[in-house]
Design a protein around this ligand. Structure first.
Ligand SMILES: Cc1cc2nc3c(=O)[nH]c(=O)nc-3n(C[C@H](O)[C@H](O)[C@H](O)COP(=O)(O)O)c2cc1C
Length: 211
């Protein structure tokens, strides 16, 4: 592929990443952990609202045990060096005049008045369609993808985990279910299994151009 060298490195990381289901149980270094979380933090979000919070967890404690149970006892959750639950705010937070929107909006040029004028129509549309939480939750997948690809770039294995009981994750993390939902869980670490090859449909079957 005739693309810049950095783009080839990126594709190689995409190729290397696979859904790792068993880890060696060791923690990642604090620097690598911070790097993975930074990949999440820098991810784009709709209107720049950053509707999420990232809860990072190490192995060996009661929170990990509760998360393991909440994830239907998946080995990946037990053995990962780092588990990140991406929690996302519930619908009420996105009200144009909520304390949350006010705080986020004030960071942008023109502050809340300018932000509100731009945002309110789309918020009303999502609210009328009953899609506010779907909209917010979908964004957490972008953060998770960036963290997983970023991890692969650094030679760290990972897996997205959607097999969980939401109330049990929130309870394990002491998060108020009236304020938070689970967006996605992602696990990171060093693999303790054979890497599986990618199975992907061909580009010609998946991609069409309609100019
Ligand atoms: C949103 C999402 C949720 C997933 N949830 C789980 C899960 O709960 N447990 C699991 O073992 N794998 C899970 N996976 C991993 C997928 O099964 C895996 O990514 C897919 O089979 C493709 O394989 P690859 O990632 O190795 O290329 C999930 C992947 C995604 C994208």
């Amino acid at each position: 592929m005739n693309v810049p060298a950095a783009a080839r490195d990126f594709l190689a990381a995409m190729e290397r990443r696979y859904a790792c289901k068993l880890y060696d149980g060791a923690r990642l270094s604090p620097e690598i952990e911070a790097y993975i979380l930074e990949c999440g933090r820098l991810s784009p979000s709709s209107f720049g609202l950053e509707p999420w919070t990232f809860i990072a967890n190490h192995p060996g404690g009661p929170v990990r045990e509760a998360m393991f149970e909440a994830c239907f006892a998946q080995d990946a959750v037990k053995t990962a060096g780092l588990v990140v639950a991406i929690l996302v705010r519930r619908a009420a937070s996105y009200d144009p005049d909520s304390a949350f929107v006010l705080e986020r909006a004030e960071r942008f040029p023109g502050g809340h008045p300018v932000f509100r004028a731009d945002y309110i129509g789309y918020w009303q549309f999502l609210k009328d369609e009953g899609r506010l939480e779907e909209w917010a939750r979908a964004q957490t997948y972008i953060a998770a993808a960036n963290m997983m690809t970023g991890a692969a770039f650094a030679g760290v294995d990972s897996c997205a985990i959607e097999g969980y009981k939401e109330e049990s994750i929130l309870s394990a993390l002491d998060a108020d279910p009236s304020s938070w939902r689970v967006g996605l869980v992602a696990v990171f670490g060093r693999k303790a299994e054979e890497r599986r090859e990618k199975i992907r449909t061909s580009a010609s079957a998946l991609i069409q151009y309609r100019d």
